[in-house]
Design a binder for this molecule. Structure first.
Ligand code: HEC
Ligand code: HEC
Ligand code: HEC
Length: 128
């Protein structure tokens, strides 16, 4: 004798599977999204030197996370997304910054600490 196909039972099992899968999907993306974002934000690094000066440390987290500056405000127009690449064609100099280029776009004494004040040099040139 062929057992009768239990529609209700199978419907219930499939329903439970789909519901479980949906709940899982909804819980996961947030976790993987923030993990991916964290992975993409580089660790603090020393900038490639333009000339004679103490090396500059650039910290992504203070800019992109704490100060909430969008990646696109700095990349790719102001800074290339590759260490040392920006200065290859257009040297990153203090003179350029004083005209509002590179870090000087914001580090102008108004939006953030400026580049001319002697006591600010070490804030960026922090590696002896
Ligand atoms: C305030 C400006 C600023 C912001 C905002 C910013 N970056 Fe950068 N980023 C830089 C500078 C400066 C460099 C170094 C460029 C150079 O050396 O030519 C850099 C380099 C990089 C590099 C290359 C690192 C390497 O090892 O070569 C990556 C990747 C990067 N940034 C990703 C990001 C992402 C992702 C965001 C947004 C979450 C972001 N950046 C936001 C300024 C910024
Ligand atoms: C907002 C960050 C910042 C501040 C403040 C700053 N600098 Fe710089 N400076 C840089 C960066 C970035 C470079 C390019 C990378 C490098 O050479 O390490 C640079 C490069 C330089 C250079 C070599 C290129 C050139 O222009 O001749 C000298 C010298 C220099 N800085 C001196 C100073 C002095 C002196 C002060 C303070 C009066 C100062 N900097 C303040 C970020 C800064
Ligand atoms: C789009 C605007 C912007 C640009 C471009 C920018 N900064 Fe900043 N920076 C900020 C703001 C906003 C803060 C946090 C508020 C403050 O300290 O004034 C900050 C903070 C800092 C600090 C103190 C906190 C820390 O990270 O130790 C340093 C050092 C610094 N920036 C260096 C640099 C250097 C070097 C560059 C260029 C390679 C640069 N910034 C480019 C906006 C900017």
């Amino acid at each position: 004798m062929r057992p009768e196909f239990d529609c209700k039972k199978y419907f219930f099992i499939i329903f439970a599977l789909v519901a479980g899968l949906l709940a899982f999907q909804m819980a996961i993306p947030e976790v993987s999204y923030s993990a991916e974002k964290e992975k993409k934000i580089p660790e603090p690094f020393n900038m490639v030197k333009t000339g004679e000066s103490a090396a500059v440390v650039f910290t992504h987290t203070t800019h992109a996370v704490d100060a909430k500056i969008k990646c696109t405000e700095c990349h790719p127009k102001m800074f290339k997304m590759k260490m040392g690449k920006t200065g290859e064609k257009n040297p990153i100099t203090m003179a350029a910054m004083e005209k509002g280029e590179f870090c000087g776009k914001c580090h102008n004494g108004k939006d953030s600490f400026g580049t001319k004040d002697e006591k600010n040099c070490v804030k960026c040139h922090s590696v002896k």
